[in-house]
Design a protein around this ligand. Structure first.
Ligand code: 6GP
Length: 833
């Protein structure tokens, strides 16, 4: 379906300009010719002299060429379309590798493999040469990547906007078990997937002051900026799955307006001559390596404004048809705000309409309120961004004025509804007065957005009940839920080709675009032949993972173990610590002689996690995991029955290997803290059973797969709240539970730090005296659930049956379904073609 039908080069005058851009012929021979052509003419090397990187680039260019005709067509269509489309604004896109995805989308994988083989080249070798663009931290960024895949697959007119960070999420290494961050220079060899469009650059202003002026009898405000930078877009193809559609991801890169000052250079001050350039280019230099804890950095606000201003101007300048009537904008576009990072788009949009397009304030506000919608991805109050008004006013003075006016009018409306309830007004004000006067970006988004959504049922409910409770009272119609989803193309078809093959053999391949059809697998859970095949796939995936871990990190992993996996960002609320306590307890049981080693269910525990560089406690926990691993793995008393592995630099590429191999998925956050989770969905879809709390999307997973196929433990959210209200005292749990005491004492004793008790003392005292995320309260219940896991795993037939039912019943978690929900509940874009 990516064949030869194509757009015409309509507007040029030369007759050849009317020739259609054609896609190459789909055959292995034609592919070879294109590949060699690209190698010679794009890379400038002969096949015999080419490096693996040359070949990877030539392959990528060849794949691109097949998609090009459709892309040009979709770009043209998007511009000419009068119908409503989506601008997805996200500071992060955690894309993962592109080659396989684009081969799959283009239906080219077999041809490419055959073509390369005929040149004596292995496709698999070339795959390894792709450096994944790590332009995101975790869940929120990966969700954005799944969403653009689904938008393209569903054929929704849409564009993703973001930042082309020169350095993505840091590369994690371990030195003596401790995290050390290395820069991620993913662009050092270039990227074959991007198209720089300097012609389409936008000028983005900052600083300066505002003034009023007389505009033919009307007093207006305007911004007199102090400095500016150029935003240069890079376009990336986002092909739909074998549907002939190619959407666009447009990422902005910052460049100095005047690259350097020749006068100063000639005077000999070379550093000063390039100062402006360095300053400007810093804006898109590096992804903020954070997850859920903002650090109030000026550069971060610059980044946010930089990319949303460029995106809004790009949309208004380039995506609207000639003579477009701006009052019709709500019928033409919805800007989806992926968390608070892009929320500064709201005052920017108002500024453009009021100051530049000279629209009346009320008319502009009426438009704005229909053109934005806001997705919240957290429940941690400290993760809701606030910007000190000093900073915001210095960087964006006109925007601050606009925010003040929005707030004033909003608070007038609040007063009109509730009277002079000062407490309520203070609580709802977009401007916080303490500890420093700041703009609450989540409140601004809620006031401005047509809709506000959480990312799982429980999360959306808690947003309404707690975090944004007053706003729910004021405009209940705004609040809705869209439970997250993941793309089945990447996380099932590509990550787990063996299971995909087995599924397709059983029920056909309709599941790839209609994941609910996995339901048809349910009867196969009762079929012993299918179970055997399913078990064989799992075993093959484990062997493949072992090879990856051996080659990547030199780990030796035993066969026949239950593979127990916890991969996600390192955060105290996610409670990697609880998993460590389980490992330590098992170890302690054996070395103290209470449990014979022979009675331990053989397990390999895999951790994968990056900690934000400034998050000390998270880094200590990483250190502890590595320390426990090195002791446990080498203690002969365990008889090789317990292994802890922590491959560094967990990323999308590694996720695609680990998830299909897992038996047990650890989703053990404190109830009420994990907004949704998406890893939980990927594991269940790949036939891992979940051990989890009643949190985030776990709740919905458990409802769908059934209690008997899920290991639930721990307090519920209301129980957590009650316990916190009563006054939580973790040391009581320590006193009362001998197993817990033994595990903590072992850590405190220095058993994992060569006798040095000080190394992990901060972890121990945090657990005993603070334990904000109630690890100790859930410990006993967790250990009991792990015992149920061991018992269940002993019956392989029953386990496999449950695993198959997990696959069959989690089709709901396709990001295609999430996108359909966004369309129905929020975007109201026209029916899909
Ligand atoms: C994450 C949430 O922690 C996770 O539960 C959710 O699945 C994911 O977003 C996608 O919705 N949040 C972030 O990554 C984040 O930075 C501010 O939140």
């Amino acid at each position: 379906r990516y064949g030869r039908d194509v757009p015409e080069n309509t507007s040029a005058t030369h007759p050849l300009a009317l020739a259609p851009v054609t896609a190459p012929e789909s055959s292995a021979d034609a592919f070879v010719a294109d590949f060699l052509h690209s190698l010679n003419f794009d890379r400038g090397v002969a096949l015999s002299a080419s490096s693996a990187n040359d070949r990877y680039f030539a392959l990528a260019h060849t794949v691109r060429d097949y998609l090009m005709a459709r892309w040009l067509e979709d770009l043209r269509r998007q511009k000419q379309s009068q119908s409503k489309g989506v601008c997805y604004l996200s500071a992060e896109y955690l894309l993962g590798r592109q080659l396989d995805n684009n081969l799959l989308a283009g239906g080219l994988a077999d041809i490419a493999e055959e073509a390369l083989a005929s040149c004596g080249i292995s496709l698999d070798d070339l795959r390894q040469h792709e450096v994944e663009p790590g332009l995101g931290n975790g869940g929120l960024g990966r969700l954005a990547a799944c969403f653009i895949d689904s938008l393209a697959t569903l054929g929704v007119p849409s564009i993703g906007y973001g930042i082309r960070y020169e350095y993505g999420i840091f590369r994690q290494t371990f030195v003596e078990g401790q995290q050390v961050e290395q820069p991620d220079s993913w662009l050092s060899l270039g990227s074959p997937w991007e198209f720089a469009r300097p012609e389409d650059a936008q000028t983005i202003a900052f600083g300066g002051r505002t003034e009023t002026y007389d505009d033919e009898g009307v007093t207006r405000s305007r911004w007199v900026p102090g400095w500016n930078v150029q935003a240069v877009p890079y376009n990336y193809m986002v092909p739909g799955f074998q549907n002939g559609r190619v959407n666009t991801l447009r990422l902005w890169s910052a460049v100095a307006t005047n690259a350097f000052d020749l006068r100063i250079f000639n005077s000999g001050d070379y550093e000063e001559a390039v100062r402006a350039q360095t300053f400007a280019e810093n804006i898109s230099k590096v992804l903020y390596p954070e997850d859920s804890t903002p650090q109030g950095k000026e550069l971060r606000l610059q980044q946010q404004y930089f990319f949303v201003a460029a995106s809004i101007h790009d949309f208004l300048d380039n995506m609207l048809a000639e003579g477009f009537d701006l009052s019709a904008l709500p019928d033409r576009v919805i800007f989806q705000l992926n968390d608070t990072h892009p929320v500064i788009a709201v005052p920017e949009f108002m500024r453009v309409l009021v100051d530049e397009k000279k629209m009346e304030w009320d008319a502009a506000w009426a438009i704005t309120r229909q053109c934005f919608a806001y997705t919240c991805h957290t429940l941690l109050p400290e993760a809701l961004e606030v910007w000190p008004v000093d900073l915001l006013g210095r960087l964006l003075p006109r925007h601050l004025e606009i925010i003040y006016r929005i707030n004033e009018e909003f608070l007038d409306a609040v007063r009109a509804r509730y009277g002079d309830d000062e407490m309520r007004i203070r609580n709802m004000s977009i401007i916080a007065e303490h500890p420093v006067r700041s703009v609450r970006m989540a409140y601004l988004a809620t006031v401005a957005g047509a809709r506000v959504n959480g990312v799982a049922e429980l999360h959306s409910q808690l947003l309404r009940d707690k975090v944004l409770g007053d706003f729910d009272d004021f405009f209940p119609e705004k609040f809705t839920n869209v439970t997250n989803g993941v793309t089945p193309r990447r996380f099932l078809r590509l990550a787990n080709p063996e299971l995909s093959g087995l599924i397709t053999e059983a029920i056909g391949d309709g599941w790839l675009t209609d994941l609910e059809r996995l339901r048809e697998l349910e009867p196969f859970a009762e079929d012993s032949g299918f179970r055997a095949a399913f078990g064989e796939v799992k075993a093959a995936n484990k062997r493949r993972l072992h090879e990856v871990l051996r080659a990547r990190d030199g780990f030796e992993v035993s066969d026949g173990h239950l593979l127990d996996v916890m991969v996600k960002r390192l955060h105290e609320y996610k409670r990697q610590m609880l998993k460590v306590l389980h490992v330590v307890s098992t170890y302690e049981g054996v070395v103290s002689g209470r449990v014979p080693a022979a009675e331990v269910q053989p397990r390999t525990v895999i951790f994968g996690a990056k900690a934000a560089p400034g998050y000390t406690m998270a880094k200590r926990i990483i250190h502890l995991i590595n320390a426990v691993g090195s002791v446990v793995n080498s203690d002969p008393r365990l008889d090789g029955r317990l292994t802890v592995i922590f491959p560094p630099n967990y990323d999308v590429t590694l996720a695609e290997r680990v998830i299909p191999a897992a038996d047990l998925s650890e989703q053990i956050s404190l109830a009420g803290k994990e907004a949704s989770g998406t890893g939980n969905m990927k594991f269940a879809l790949n036939g891992a059973l979940t051990i989890g709390t009643d949190d985030g999307a776990n709740v919905e997973i458990r409802e769908l797969v059934g209690d008997e196929n899920f290991f639930l433990f721990g307090m519920s959210e209301p129980e957590v709240s009650e316990s916190a209200a009563r006054g939580y005292r973790p040391s009581e749990f320590y006193q009362e539970d001998a197993g817990l005491r033994a595990a903590i004492d072992l850590i405190a004793s220095g058993a994992f730090s060569r006798g040095d008790r000080s190394v992990f003392e901060p972890i121990v005292s945090n657990l005993l005296y603070e334990d904000r995320f109630m690890v100790l309260a859930d410990y006993a219940s967790y250990i009991a659930a792990q015992e149920r896991v061991d018992d269940a795993y002993a019956d392989q037939e029953a386990w496999t049956r449950s695993a198959i039912l997990n696959v069959a019943r989690t089709g709901f978690f396709s990001s295609d379904r999430s996108i359909r929900d966004y369309i129905d509940r929020i975007w109201h874009t026209p029916p899909l073609a």
